[in-house]
Design a protein around this ligand. Structure first.
Ligand code: NAD
Length: 497
């Protein structure tokens, strides 16, 4: 079965090329996805452009009513959507449900459109002069999203962009596009006018087309750092507004006074949940002192060996497969590289076999000790179930290590010491910080974004920054002269002086 694009409210074919979509638990191709060509992309751009004038003029409260219905449909379709996410991505059903719930929270935030777009007003900014700032939509905006959150990351983008009065073209990951498409269709079912949201599947050709289309005024991207940097450079060179969120290497500092039992439980979920395929996954444990490192590893090993791994669509599992065979090869390549570089592989998940799923893309949890900063397994994002332990002598050394890393997405510290936590929060050069919280993903009414090479652009995703990203400020200064009065020219610069 081949998926279709959603353009102008119609499901359409488009583009002669196709890509396979796998069920990663079985290794079988279960669908095909069309890869848009230039003509298909132009169709989507035209549909979004045509829908813009009416949607821009639709009162924000009416836009919000559609979003309320959309939220209800997402909730009533949860079971089907969670199955679809899990089937193509491989994550467990519970994990997929969590992803969908966090996505819905962004829809809930966007329902506040009338409040969010109220603007700013001053009466008597000067003599008989009033002034106000209005936040107006940009026009057609586009989003390009990764495979690892096929529901949530698109929901970071288009509900808010559309609530702000823009029309949208979404280019989801070609690796697991079905849930993304199904969710977009629910928005139409909720009453969204045709062409306000369009979904175009594709690869680099479609993305380049979106960057180059003059009608597309802004681009939101979430994915790996090389592509984020490319899209940011090419998009801004075309004069577009771009926010491009990239990859990560997230460190957790474990202090000598940490509650070790809870730290181990938190690290297990943060390192191995979703098979490590989260941009906020903890992939490095920075242990302050050898005693902490030895004690932590002693407790982690049996937990990793106990991980329940199997097809994501089965209930009650801890971890599913990786997304594709190519990604499995990449992750196991990193494990081999770490061994060759001299790191100590304490738990090796490569021999894991899942009964009746021999062709699935499974890898058991892996744990490395004695990892050092010059190793590739430390420097690069692995994006798999691999946790590296790095030993440092002090909190200050740990902070310096993290600050020297090229990525700065998320981090956390496990401690009972308020002073250490406060110092860490203040000094660390990372965008999202947890204090005894391993995955500090901001809630929908804050904004999400990393520092350094984890984000290109000024504004973070969703929340208040999202409103600013999807609108532009227009400031109007108004004065109505009194009838019949003659006003003299004023050559000095106007001021209240
Ligand atoms: P990816 O960069 O391979 O793909 C992301 C999107 O870019 C997809 O839609 C893909 O089709 C498109 N793309 C791929 N190659 C392209 C090219 N050469 N030119 C133009 N477009 C291209 O990322 P992925 O493997 O789907 O997702 C995993 C990555 O995303 C990880 O690095 C992860 O850390 C990152 N991620 C970051 C965040 C964040 O908020 N910072 C969130 C989720 C995922």
């Amino acid at each position: 079965m081949s998926l279709k694009h959603l353009i102008g409210g119609q499901l359409v074919d488009g583009g002669s090329r196709r890509a396979p979509v796998y069920n990663p638990s079985t290794g079988a191709v279960i669908r095909e996805v069309p890869l848009a060509d230039a003509a298909t992309l132009q169709q989507a751009v035209d549909a979004a452009q045509a829908a813009f004038p009416a949607w821009r003029n639709t009162p924000p409260a009416k836009r919000a009513q559609v979003l309320f219905r959309f939220k209800q449909l997402l909730e009533s379709n949860e079971e089907r959507l969670v199955q679809l996410i899990s089937e193509e991505h491989g994550k467990t059903l519970e994990d997929a449900a969590g992803e969908l719930r966090r996505g819905i929270e962004n829809v809930e935030y966007a329902t506040a459109a009338p409040e969010l777009l109220k603007g700013e007003y001053n009466r008597n900014a000067g003599p008989s002069i009033d002034t106000w700032s209005d936040f107006q939509p940009l026009g057609v905006v586009a989003g390009i999203t990764p495979f690892n959150f096929p529901a949530m990351v698109p929901l970071w983008m288009y509900p808010l962009a559309i609530a702000c009065g823009n029309t949208f073209i979404l280019k989801p990951s070609e690796r697991d596009p079905s849930s993304t498409l199904a969710i977009a269709q629910l928005f139409e079912e909720a009453g969204l006018p045709k062409g306000v949201l369009n979904v175009v599947h594709g690869d680099k050709e479609a993305v380049d087309g979106l960057i180059d289309a003059p009608e597309v005024k802004a681009l939101s991207f979430v994915g790996s750092t090389p592509i984020a940097e490319y899209i940011y450079a090419r998009g801004t060179a075309k004069g577009k507004r771009v926010q491009a969120l990239g990859g990560a290497k997230n460190h957790a500092v474990v202090m000598p006074d940490a509650d070790l039992g809870n730290t181990v439980n938190a690290l297990m979920g943060a390192a191995y949940g979703s098979c490590g395929e989260r941009c906020m996954a903890i992939s490095v444990a920075v242990c302050v002192g050898d005693q902490v490192a030895d004690a932590l590893i002693a407790r982690l090993v049996p937990e990793i060996e106990k991980l329940k791994v199997g097809p994501g669509t089965q209930c009650g599992l801890d971890m599913g497969p990786l997304v594709t065979g190519a990604h499995l090869d990449k992750v196991t390549g990193y494990v081999a590289d770490g061994v060759a570089a001299g790191a100590k592989l304490v738990v090796d998940g490569r021999s894991l076999k899942v009964a009746d799923h021999e062709e699935g893309f499974f890898l058991g949890g892996c744990l490395f000790d004695q990892v050092t900063p010059e190793m590739r397994i430390y420097k690069e994002e692995i994006f798999g179930p691999v946790l590296c332990v790095v030993r440092v002598k002090s909190l200050e050394e740990g902070i310096a290590l993290i600050n020297a890393h090229e990525y700065g997405n998320g981090t956390c510290i496990f401690t009972r010491d308020g002073e250490a936590a406060r110092l860490f929060g203040d000094q660390i050069e990372v965008g999202m910080v947890g204090i005894n919280v391993p995955l500090p993903v901001p809630v929908a009414y804050h904004s999400f974004g990393g520092w350094k090479r984890s984000l290109f652009g000024d504004l973070h995703a969703y929340g208040p920054d999202g409103v600013r990203f999807y609108t532009r400020r227009k400031t109007i200064t108004q004065r109505w002269p009194q009838r019949e009065t003659q006003e003299a020219s004023q050559f000095a610069f106007p001021s209240n002086g």
